[in-house]
Design a protein around this ligand. Structure first.
Ligand SMILES: C[S@@+](CC[C@H](N)C(=O)[O-])C[C@H]1O[C@@H](n2cnc3c(N)ncnc32)[C@H](O)[C@@H]1O
Length: 274
């Protein structure tokens, strides 16, 4: 196979094709609801790591570019290269210092150069061959720079109470796994994988946004279920009525559930010796 790597889903589907096509009306808004839920946490972590003036940054799978722009406009970094397999949301609002590259990051050598910050949020969980990709991203970090990975962690267990929310979330993860290969089960291994990629001072944290009616994270999940409804129904775990009920539950005072969290892990590239 040449060119873009296919997914490792049983059906061989890929993010942006079988599910979440960027051309579908409202896909940019769905990504923005996720960004609204998580951007402040991401930016606080990046600032705490020292990201600021003089930094050259790479934002992998940049989506609508909220983090890329905030790096430039708030953190004052020198440059950001925002890479995505589809850049339609990135090119609509140019800002000084923002460069955009349309590329598939599963393809070796898709991104030229090295960067003081390499950041990828909610991207690797959807892609096959994660260990190779983490190694490849670590190679894009300049000596003394940092690789920061964020992805979803499923905090449910077999003791999680059965609610309309938990039933539909289970169907969503299984449906995305089958359709495009999304797999969050290995996300807690990020610190270990970053260390294995040769990075130092590795650490990680988890942020769980509260599921309040009308909150960005609640609207993000409702939108995500709508867009992955066919994949969820195909699992046989839910029917249309169950998805509709979960959407209503999420927006009601009855809702008492734990969102998937965002695990952020980082590791530093050793400085080169004398
Ligand atoms: C869930 S969105 C996350 C967007 C952004 N990082 C954020 O957190 O707001 C995933 C993004 O990864 C991009 N993406 C998926 N597979 C990719 C690939 N193989 N190469 C480059 N970008 C990819 C998608 O087009 C989409 O914009």
């Amino acid at each position: 196979m040449s060119g873009a790597a296919r997914g490792d889903a049983p059906g061989g589907g890929r993010y942006g094709e079988a599910v979440f096509p960027p051309e579908q009306a409202g896909e940019g808004e769905r990504i923005d609801f996720g960004a609204l839920a998580y951007d402040d946490t991401t930016m606080a972590r990046l600032r705490d790591l020292g990201v600021g003036p003089g930094w050259h940054c790479l934002d992998v799978g940049a989506g609508t570019g909220t983090v890329s722009r905030r790096l430039l406009e708030e953190a004052g970094v020198t440059s950001v290269l925002a890479v995505d397999r589809d850049v339609r949301f990135l090119t609509t609002r140019p800002v000084p210092g923002l460069d955009v590259l349309e590329a598939d990051i599963s393809v070796p050598d898709a991104v030229p150069g090295v960067f003081s910050l390499v950041h990828a949020r909610f991207v690797l969980m959807h892609l096959p061959d994660r260990e190779r990709l983490i190694t490849a991203l670590a190679e894009l970090v300049a000596p003394g720079g940092v690789l920061v990975l964020s992805d979803a962690v499923d905090l449910t267990s077999d003791r999680t109470p059965g609610t309309p929310y938990s039933t539909v979330m289970r169907a969503m993860w299984q449906g995305l796994r089958t359709t495009i290969g999304t797999d969050v089960s290995w996300v807690p291994s990020y610190p270990h994988l970053l260390r294995g990629a040769g990075l130092d001072a590795v650490a990680a944290e988890i942020h769980v946004p509260p599921l309040l009616p009308g909150s960005p994270i609640s609207r993000f999940w409702a939108d995500t279920w709508e867009r992955s409804r066919a994949a969820m129904l195909a699992t046989g775990l839910v029917d249309d009525a169950a998805v509709d009920e979960a959407v209503r539950y999420l927006d009601s005072a009855e809702c008492a559930a734990l969102s998937a969290g965002m695990l952020t892990a980082w590791g530093w590239k050793p400085e080169e010796g004398p």
